[in-house]
Design a protein around this ligand. Structure first.
Ligand SMILES: *Cc1c(COP(=O)(O)O)cnc(C)c1O
Length: 354
């Protein structure tokens, strides 16, 4: 199946504005394709950004059958554009689809859709350092029917929009509160899938901790309330003695981040040891207090690496590395963004250039 392109006339197209806000400014075009049972995927189309028309009884509104992805296009110094591990995002999209009983999309077509869309809207890929074009593939259940059961029709769409550098003043540590009562996901549930329901489930705690001056929530496992899972939309890493990195092993309720996976592979090339294991919150807090843990940072596509300067738990604050960005977070950030923007060697073959 090929993608039909109905683009705006060149004179009507825009480019990335000087002022924009991440998640609220979108590029000129979008991709859509439809699925119907018995017919499969059809009508793959790139057309001007537009509102979708859905029946109020569409399944996505009532039972949250939906999935999404997040990846970025980066401007290289020579003006070219890089995508970072796009096929890994597409494969994860299909794994999420399977978990949510949604149809898989053709990997090659999805990649072609992303590339064609970014190519067409290339003037929207920002040039400033640390900025990028955020790409949001989504799939929603569209069958107009109230009644439990998987939908029989779906819409797969992709929108894009500029994302500024997360850290205008360098990497700034964030403060994070450990949720001791509320839970995000349970093993056997949908925590591994990139689906909106996980976010709906986490909003209450996120808003509560913001009122207390923390920017994100650290989630613990839902069964024992003991093991560290992840932070907001990021996985998490703990650095011992400035050289050994630990990250929670994938438990079935943690989202398997591509940034996390990239750090697992990059860290040894920079001379750090890295281990995936179950991490007990009490031990970690003790090790922060004793100074054995020298850095904590979150990792995900949006922020890349986000140092954690303070962890709050049951009313007590645990400060890490004097609330400063540490050398391990900085080294990983520089290496990872170097690969993404094409200024450092892509040893792992992660880059797909347009
Ligand atoms: C997307 C996401 C991540 C990070 O994944 P990346 O592939 O690194 O962007 C981590 N946790 C949650 C809950 C997420 O939705």
């Amino acid at each position: 199946m090929s993608i039909e392109i109905k683009a705006l006339a060149p004179a009507q197209r825009n480019s990335c504005p000087k002022e924009y806000s991440f998640g609220a400014t979108f590029s000129d075009h979008m991709f859509t394709q439809e699925f119907d049972e018995g017919k499969g995927w059809h009508d793959a189309l790139i057309s001007p950004y537009h509102a979708l028309t859905l029946d109020p009884s569409a399944a996505v509104f009532h039972y949250s059958q939906e999935i999404f992805e997040g990846l970025k296009a980066y401007r290289k110094p020579d003006g070219g554009i890089n995508l970072f591990r796009p096929l890994d995002n597409i494969k994860r999209f299909n794994r999420s689809a399977e978990r949510m009983v949604m149809p898989k999309v053709d990997e090659a077509l999805h990649l072609d859709a992303i590339k064609s869309l970014v190519q067409l809207d290339q003037a929207w890929v920002p040039n400033e350092q640390g900025a990028s074009l955020y790409i949001r593939p989504t799939m929603i259940a569209t069958t107009a029917k109230l009644g439990l059961g998987a939908s029989t029709s779906y819409c797969h769409f992709i929108i894009t929009g500029p994302a500024g550098s997360y850290f205008s003043g360098g990497l700034t540590p964030i403060s994070v509160y450990v949720a001791d009562e509320l839970r995000r996901a349970v093993k056997g549930g949908v925590g591994e899938a990139k689906t909106g329901g996980n976010y709906a489930a986490s909003l209450y705690a996120s808003e509560e901790v913001k009122k207390q001056g923390y920017s994100q929530v650290l989630w613990l496992d839902a069964i024992e309330g003991k093991y560290i899972e992840e932070v907001g939309a990021m996985n998490i890493c703990f650095v011992y003695e400035g050289k050994h990195i630990y990250t929670p092993e994938l438990s079935g309720s943690i989202l398997p981040g591509i940034t996390r996976d990239s750090i697992l592979k990059i860290a040894p090339t920079l001379g750090y040891e890295i281990t995936e294991m179950y991490l007990d919150i009490e031990t970690v807090l003790q090790d922060i207090k004793s100074g054995k843990i020298t850095e904590v940072f979150g990792c995900g596509t949006a922020a890349v690496i986000s140092p954690v300067g303070k962890l709050g738990f049951k009313g007590e604050d645990f400060v890490i590395n004097d609330n400063q960005t540490g050398p391990v977070a900085k080294a990983l950030y520089d290496e990872l963004t170097g690969i993404q923007y094409g200024t450092r060697e892509d040893k792992f073959g992660w880059i797909e250039s347009l």
